[in-house]
Design a protein around this ligand. Structure first.
Ligand code: SF4
Length: 363
C-alpha cells in the first residue's frame, strides 16, 4: 500500500480539504523550496493525495541544481591541470558542465575523488602532499559549517596543498530574489528544515512582512510536509501570513549560535551566481582574507579567468528552479534527457525535480 492510500482518509487530509473549502475553492500554489521536499513529495505521492486545488511547485532548494554552469566549468578546468586533484561530493559527478562532467573527466584520467565530508578532502591533501587538492564547496547553510571546519583545520595544521572552490549559497537571498521577480505566483512557501536548523525560522520573517505570503518550516517525512501544507492553508483561510515552524523537534526560532559564529569567522557575505536566477546580491559567501591561502578561486585566479562563459543550453533547469516550469513541460524530459543520459542537474541530483518526476511521476 502506498503512503498516499494509507493516509487518504486521515484527519490531516480532512483538515487540508476543510481549509481549502474555507478559502472558497480558490486554488493554492505552494512552493516546496527544498529539493529534499520535492523528492519526498514525489516519492510518497503527496501530489496525488492532496486535493487537486493544491498545487505543489518546486523551488531553488536543490544545491546541486542551483550551482551555476560557469562555476562547475571553472572547477572542471582546474582538473585539467597536472598535479591538481578535484575532491567533490558524489552528487556533483554526473552534472553536465560544458561538454564534460567530473565523471567524464575522471574516465579520461583526471584525478577526481569523491569525498563524504570536506575534512576527508583535507585528509586527502595530507596523503597527497605532492598534489594540490581542491574541494568543491557546494551547498546551502546546512553544509557550510563543515566546509568552515575544514578550512580551519587546514589552516591550523598548515595543510597548504588544500583549498576550497567556494560556491556555497544562502537561502533567504534567493527567496527574496525569486519573490521580487514575481514570475511565479505562490500562495505560500514550505521552507527547508535542515537549512533552518542553522539560520533559525525567524530568518524568513521578511517573506510574510514584505510579500504577504505565509511560510511553514517543515521536515522531510510525509507527515511533516502535510503539516506544512495545512499550516499554509490555515494561515490563508484565517487571512494572515506568518512563519510557522512545524518542525520544532529540530528547528529553533533563532539561528544556531555556534554554527553562526563558525560561519562568520570563516566566510563573508558575497554575491553569488545561481543557475536560473543569475547573480543575486548577498546570496552567497566568500572565504575571508584570513583564509585566503586556502581559497581556490584566489589561488587559481589566473587560470579561472581563461575559462570561457558557458554557451546557451536547451536544458530548462533554470525555469524549473524558478518554479515557472514543471519537469514534464520540458520538451527534453524523458526523451533526450533521462537519469542515464542527463542533460541538466535537475535530472542528476537525488534532490532534483526532474529526477523526482522521472522516477515517481511518469504516467
Ligand atoms: Fe534539463 Fe533534463 Fe530537466 Fe529538461 S528534463 S529541464 S533537459 S534536466
Amino acid at each position: 500500500m502506498k503512503f498516499s492510500d494509507e493516509f487518504r482518509d486521515k484527519d490531516l487530509i480532512r483538515d487540508i480539504a476543510r481549509r481549502l473549502q474555507q478559502l472558497g475553492g480558490k486554488p493554492a500554489t505552494i512552493m516546496e523550496v527544498c529539493g529534499t521536499h520535492t523528492m519526498a513529495a514525489a516519492r510518497f505521492g503527496l501530489k496525488e493525495l492532496l486535493p487537486p486545488l493544491v498545487k505543489l511547485v518546486s523551488g531553488p532548494g536543490c544545491p546541486v541544481c542551483v550551482t551555476a554552469q560557469e562555476d562547475l566549468d571553472g572547477f572542471l578546468a582546474l582538473g585539467k591541470e597536472p598535479g591538481i586533484v578535484l575532491a567533490s561530493f558524489g552528487d556533483m559527478l554526473r552534472v553536465p558542465g560544458t561538454g564534460t562532467s567530473l565523471e567524464k573527466e575522471r574516465a579520461r584520467g583526471a584525478a577526481v575523488k569523491v569525498v563524504y565530508a570536506p575534512l576527508d578532502a583535507v585528509d586527502l591533501a595530507r596523503q597527497e602532499k605532492e598534489k594540490e587538492v581542491v574541494f568543491f564547496g557546494v551547498g546551502f547553510e546546512t553544509t557550510m559549517p563543515a566546509t568552515a571546519v575544514a578550512l580551519q583545520v587546514a589552516a591550523a595544521d598548515k595543510v597548504d596543498n588544500f583549498s576550497v572552490f567556494c560556491v556555497h549559497k544562502t537561502m533567504p537571498g534567493a527567496l527574496k530574489a525569486l519573490l521580487s521577480a514575481g514570475e511565479v505566483k505562490v500562495s505560500g512557501l514550505l521552507c527547508p528544515g535542515h537549512v533552518t536548523t542553522i539560520i533559525g525560522a525567524a530568518s524568513y520573517d521578511f517573506i510574510p512582512r514584505d510579500f504577504g505570503i505565509p511560510c511553514a518550516v517543515t521536515g522531510f517525512e510525509p507527515l511533516d510536509l502535510l503539516l506544512g501544507v495545512e499550516s499554509i492553508l490555515r494561515q490563508l483561510s484565517e487571512g494572515r501570513a506568518g512563519v510557522e515552524n512545524v518542525y520544532t523537534r529540530a528547528v529553533p526560532a533563532q539561528p544556531n549560535p555556534r554554527a553562526q559564529a563558525l560561519l562568520a569567522e570563516v566566510f563573508a557575505p558575497a554575491d553569488a551566481v545561481w543557475r536560473g536566477l543569475g547573480v543575486i546580491p548577498g546570496s552567497g559567501v566568500k572565504i575571508r582574507e584570513k583564509y585566503r591561502d586556502f581559497d581556490a578561486q584566489s589561488r587559481f585566479a589566473a587560470l579561472l579567468a581563461q575559462v570561457p562563459p558557458p554557451p546557451p543550453t536547451a536544458c530548462c533547469c533554470g525555469d524549473i528552479l524558478r518554479g515557472v516550469m514543471a519537469p514534464k513541460e520540458c520538451p527534453l524530459f524523458a526523451q533526450a534527457c533521462s537519469p542515464s543520459q542527463p542533460l541538466g542537474p535537475c535530472m542528476v541530483s537525488s534532490e532534483g525535480a526532474c529526477a523526482a518526476a522521472y522516477r515517481y511521476e511518469r504516467d
